[in-house]
Write a protein that binds this ligand. Structure first.
Ligand code: 3PY
Ligand code: MG
Length: 260
């Protein structure tokens, strides 16, 4: 089993971030930051299928596991990123046990699933297909996102699907779906997150969540959540730029309103 999958399953604290900028330099900078893993976001960015392979390659240079959030449930997309060498997949908007079973089928080789065999990068372009087939099912992480009212209602059935490693909570979509947006919806949203986490943990699944900042990672880890995707490369870049510019402006002795 890969260290990444073992750490996920054994619920060790894992801190990662989303990669939304389609350039290998950004992946290398992110990988060198100390993250435990990163997740290339094909759902909510303009990263192309071809570019994903180069981004995974850049993460591999630093030996940082790179998983990919696929745009939807298509088996072809899951196969494409795994063939490119992704360490796992994150499948968004899983709302039923049937959808969870389809994700398992697309991710795992027989007898667990029905993934097709191909000479992609993951199998050393065909040189090591038997080696890859022997280890893929035990090495690849399958995380599914529960982030809809329907998914919340079906969480017990979803979490019981064999072959799923991790239930990942998407608080943004969940808040919209259950009508719990903004400060007014915080209590309702937190209760829904707790329900998903508790149910998934008692079904033996690890639990992950997206947080826009690291501020409450400690609080959510106390609820048994072990896998965190904290913000994204674009969000960290924006926050860091804004803080730097604000600081530089605050130090400037020249008044902006001074007349010529
Ligand atoms: C959400 O919050 O909806 C997400 O998908 C976060 O990754
Ligand atoms: Mg979402």
């Amino acid at each position: 089993m890969s260290d990444f999958r073992r750490n996920c399953i054994e619920r060790r604290l894992l801190i990662g971030t989303f990669a939304a900028i389609p350039h290998p330099v950004v992946i290398e900078v992110t990988a060198a930051s100390g993250v435990d893993f990163l997740c290339i976001d094909w759902e909510h960015s303009q990263i192309s299928r071809e570019r994903i392979e180069d981004l995974i390659r850049a993460a591999d240079v630093h030996r940082v596991p790179a998983m990919v959030r696929v745009p939807g449930h298509a088996a072809e997309d899951i196969a494409a990123v795994l063939d490119a060498g992704a360490a796992g997949v994150l499948v968004p908007r899983v709302s039923t046990a049937e959808q969870a079973r389809a994700a398992v089928k697309a991710t795992r080789y027989p007898p667990l699933g029905a993934r097709g065999v191909g000479p992609g990068r993951a199998a050393a372009y065909g040189y090591r297909i038997p080696d890859y087939l022997a280890k893929a099912n035990s090495e690849l992480v399958l995380a599914i996102q529960v982030e809809t009212a329907e998914g919340l209602a079906n969480i017990a059935d979803i979490a019981s699907v064999e072959g799923i490693d991790l239930i990942f909570i998407g608080p943004g979509d969940l808040s919209v779906s259950i009508d719990a947006m903004g400060p007014a919806g915080k209590e309702k949203l937190d209760a829904a997150i707790q329900t998903i986490a508790k149910t998934a943990l008692s079904a033996g699944r690890a639990v992950g969540i997206f947080r826009p900042s690291p501020d409450d990672v400690g609080a959510w880890s106390a609820a048994g959540i072990s896998f965190f995707l904290v913000a994204s490369d674009t969000m960290f870049l924006g926050a860091s730029l804004a803080a730097g510019v604000t600081e530089a402006k605050s130090q400037n002795a020249i008044s902006r309103s001074k007349k010529k």
